[in-house]
Design a protein around this ligand. Structure first.
Ligand SMILES: *[C@@H]1O[C@H](CO)[C@@H](O)[C@H](O)[C@H]1NC(C)=O
Ligand SMILES: *[C@@H]1O[C@H](CO)[C@@H](O)[C@H](O)[C@H]1NC(C)=O
Ligand SMILES: *[C@@H]1O[C@H](CO)[C@@H](O)[C@H](O)[C@H]1NC(C)=O
Ligand SMILES: *[C@@H]1O[C@H](CO)[C@@H](O)[C@H](O)[C@H]1NC(C)=O
Ligand SMILES: *[C@@H]1O[C@H](CO)[C@@H](O)[C@H](O)[C@H]1NC(C)=O
Length: 712
């Protein structure tokens, strides 16, 4: 073993001797292994974490493997050539030459595996596409090993005169002291002079500077690397704290300033003016990294990598035909770990597919303080991520949606209908749909849905529930889509339609799963990728499938939409902070552009155009699903069952690391311009709702403010 010299580790030498003596590892080995230095600890300094990450050199075989998997998987991603230079109004935001950058990365050398990881991650994030923002990590586990925290989440508040200022969230100390009781003293003691121990007094303070510069220098620097959403305003909003509804309650999102998934920052210098003070004060606070809930324990570099970084069950394609497959519902499946929705049994996922995002961080378990949690009576139909409330005005109903999924899809839809009906019966004549921070908990990449055969999940059905049967909801409430006609996709489809390998329609490319532009399902044996629709996009030749319709109506949902509209769509407002994607976008786009609902972005920068959603996609999937399409496997000593194309040079190899690569597999067509993807069409919010110290992160106060501005 090569022993990297590490001074910091030696500083820990004395304290480590006792620990090392207890373990069967020599003290010297522990002291010089920077990963051993952070093992077994709940909180570490970000510098110690970086020392561990940067101590690992790039493994050329793994680097090449990752590049090959990404490169060959991208042939199935609809948007590669569009994202080379996105149409207006997103041209300035999205212009990534992904294939060129993969080439650059393959030639470039890196001081460490961590540096390579950052280059992969930033490159894919430049697509500003939450679906693709890649989870491929050369050395780091897909989920953050540690999350890097500050106890001072920030918010953007608007004064009565319209001026906007960055503030430490008024609830900051409440949140931090409840979530970090075992670390708060470190921050208390870090405060200078008379402020020592007075962390609570920083709550609500106006932030004049971050690291000596205007706060928006930091906001925009983060927006440059945050990815996930096309619009600048949406990426800016991810810097700040927000809230979300999760199955177990109301959660608090720290924002990218106060929570990083990589140990990027060690300290922050804030110039602040505390509430009821007039003089600026300077405080320096250290970031502290807390071990992730899903991190498998390790003792040193070797066990960290073995336990957390190598390919696991579900990383690569698997046998979807074998229902007894032990891994099918394993909590270790990457899909289960990363999807921003509860695990749905695989059999149900297949029937009721959805379009969801993946995230590097587990759903947040930081709770919204009790003082901010809605205290209104909870109406029937409320369950898990869906909550129904009647506002005190007696006429405004609220449906708060944390995602369009649930462990039980039928229950979710039935609950939604019964909640909307409960609101009606209590006299609601107008409706707020709150999707603030819908399904996206942290802003590092995401994506993916696997196996899914339709894109619409609850999104469109939900729209149909609200507006009733009409030309835009019956027979189909969704948007048309197209898939990419890559060479391997064509080979897969040809194999499926010319052989009898998939009589039950388990494979993604089986025509029986898809409907043509008239919403009629393809007959078995139809080569639906032929003939390709050839296009030139940004000067590059590309090919797509024929226009596809919706498969939604035939999926056997538990209820048909009500016979008449429950709400006048003009009296419906969809509220978010713009960070609404996938199913949430499909819902918001159809509600706004087809039905005329109003949209609100909460607390965006006043001079930046706020889009009410982003990353529309159409249907997402991932590398492992594509791999399943090509992989032969053995079942009871019998081979075959899939297309057997794994050996084709176009097929991605098995991934060696514990990673996921999301792709947009079908791209939705737009509403205003139905000939072009919805993805890069403008979605301006009706209102950018100014947020004050009294309303920030307070859902009921926000809803009342929306009523006052848009529904009176
Ligand atoms: C990606 O694949 C294309 C062929 O499909 C190839 O020309 C290119 O060199 C590959 N890029 C890298 C970085 O391997
Ligand atoms: C600031 O001053 C106002 C008015 O005196 C008072 O109501 C409020 O509690 C003070 N806030 C803090 C954080 O000291
Ligand atoms: C969702 O709600 C249903 C019905 O109340 C319940 O059975 C189920 O366990 C809940 N799921 C989660 C993830 O909380
Ligand atoms: C869809 O398929 C049906 C049945 O084959 C056919 O009548 C219809 O013309 C097709 N629609 C399109 C747009 O191809
Ligand atoms: C793929 O190649 C491997 C190694 O050359 C070989 O063992 C295997 O039989 C091949 N599989 C198919 C389906 O051709």
């Amino acid at each position: 073993m090569v022993l990297p010299p590490n001074v910091r580790a030696f500083l820990h030498f004395a304290s480590l001797v006792a620990v090392a003596a207890a373990a069967s590892i020599t003290a010297l080995e522990r002291a010089v292994d920077p990963c051993a230095a952070i093992s077994g600890q709940k909180w570490v300094a970000p510098s110690a974490l970086r020392a561990c990450f940067t101590s690992v050199k790039v493994d050329p075989t793994i680097k090449e493997n990752i590049i090959e998997v990404i490169n060959k998987t991208l042939a199935f991603h609809t948007s590669v050539n569009y994202e080379f230079k996105a149409p207006e109004p997103f041209t300035a935001d999205v212009h990534e030459d992904l294939l060129g950058d993969l080439d650059r990365i393959s030639k470039q050398s890196y001081p460490s595996d961590y540096d390579l990881h950052i280059d992969f991650s930033r490159t894919l994030k430049r697509l500003d596409d939450v679906t693709v923002g890649s989870l491929l990590k050369p050395s780091l586990p897909r989920k953050a090993l540690f999350l890097n925290f500050l106890p001072v989440p920030l918010v953007l508040l608007t004064e009565t005169n319209g001026a906007q200022n960055v503030h430490i969230a008024p609830e900051a100390f409440q949140v931090a002291s409840a979530e970090f009781p075992d670390q708060i003293s470190v921050w208390q003691n870090a405060l200078p002079g008379a402020l020592k121990g007075q962390l609570a007094s920083l709550s609500g303070a106006k932030v004049l500077q971050i690291n000596g510069q205007d706060p928006f220098v930091a906001v925009n620097a983060n927006a440059q690397i945050a990815g996930s959403f096309q619009a600048l305003g949406t990426r800016q909003n991810g810097f700040f704290a927000s809230y979300n509804r999760v199955a177990t309650g109301w959660s608090y999102i720290m924002g990218n300033f106060a929570q990083q998934s990589l140990p990027l920052s060690d300290t922050v210098i804030l110039t602040i003016v505390r509430v009821n003070h007039t003089l600026p004060e300077i405080v320096v606070l250290p970031y502290r990294a807390r071990i992730g809930a899903a991190t498998v324990p390790f003792t040193d570099t070797a066990s960290w990598r073995a336990n957390n970084c190598v390919a696991i069950d579900g990383t690569n394609g698997e046998d979807i035909f074998d229902t007894s497959s032990p891994s099918a519902n394993s909590p270790n499946l990457p899909l289960v770990k990363f999807k921003q929705q509860p695990d749905i049994p695989v059999a149900m996922e297949r029937k009721h597919p959805v379009n969801v995002m993946m995230d590097t961080s587990p759903p947040s378990d930081i709770v919204l303080p009790p003082t901010l949690t809605p205290a209104l009576p909870i109406l029937s139909g409320s369950q898990n991520v869906t909550q129904f409330f009647m506002l005190k005005d007696g006429k405004t109903g609220v449906m708060a949606l944390g995602s369009f999924s649930d462990t039980n899809f039928n229950n979710f839809l039935l609950g939604m209908l019964s909640g909307l009906q409960a609101l009606k019966s209590q006299g609601a004549t107008q409706l707020i749909v709150d999707v603030v921070r819908f399904s996206s908990k942290v802003d590092h990449f995401h994506t993916l849905t696997s196996f899914f055969k339709t894109n619409n999940g609850g999104g469109f059905i939900c729209a149909a529930h609200i507006v009733g049967p009409k030309s835009t909801t019956v027979p189909q409430a969704g948007l048309d889509t197209k898939a990419r006609d890559g060479p391997l996709a064509m080979l897969i489809t040809t194999k499926i339609v010319t052989s009898n390998i998939d009589p039950d329609g388990e494979l993604l490319y089986n025509p029986v799963n898809w409907a043509n532009a008239s919403d009629v399902f393809f007959a078995p044996g139809t080569n639906w990728l032929q003939p390709p629709v050839d296009l030139t996009i940004n000067g590059r030749a590309d090919a797509f499938s024929q226009r596809l319709g919706e498969e939604c109506a035939a999926s056997g949902f538990p209820t048909t939409p009500p016979a008449t509209a429950l709400f006048d769509p003009k009296k419906v407002v969809v509220v978010s902070n713009g960070r609404c994607a996938s199913s949430c976008s499909l819902f918001s786009v159809t509600m706004s552009k087809e039905e005329g609902a109003q949209t609100v972005v909460v607390g965006g920068k006043v001079d930046v155009q706020q889009q009410y959603c982003g990353t529309v996609g159409g249907q997402s999937t991932d590398f492992s699903t594509i791999d399943t399409e090509v992989k032969d496997f053995e079942l009871n000593h019998c081979a075959v069952k899939s297309t057997g194309l794994k050996n084709n040079t176009l097929a991605p190899p098995d991934l060696l690391v514990n990673g996921v690569q999301g792709i947009t597999w079908r791209l939705a067509f737009g509403v205003v311009d139905p000939t072009q993807p919805e993805e890069w069409q403008i979605r301006p919010a009706t209102l950018n709702l100014p947020i004050t110290a009294a309303t920030v992160n307070n859902p009921v106060a926000i809803w009342e403010s929306v009523v006052q501005k848009l529904l009176n």
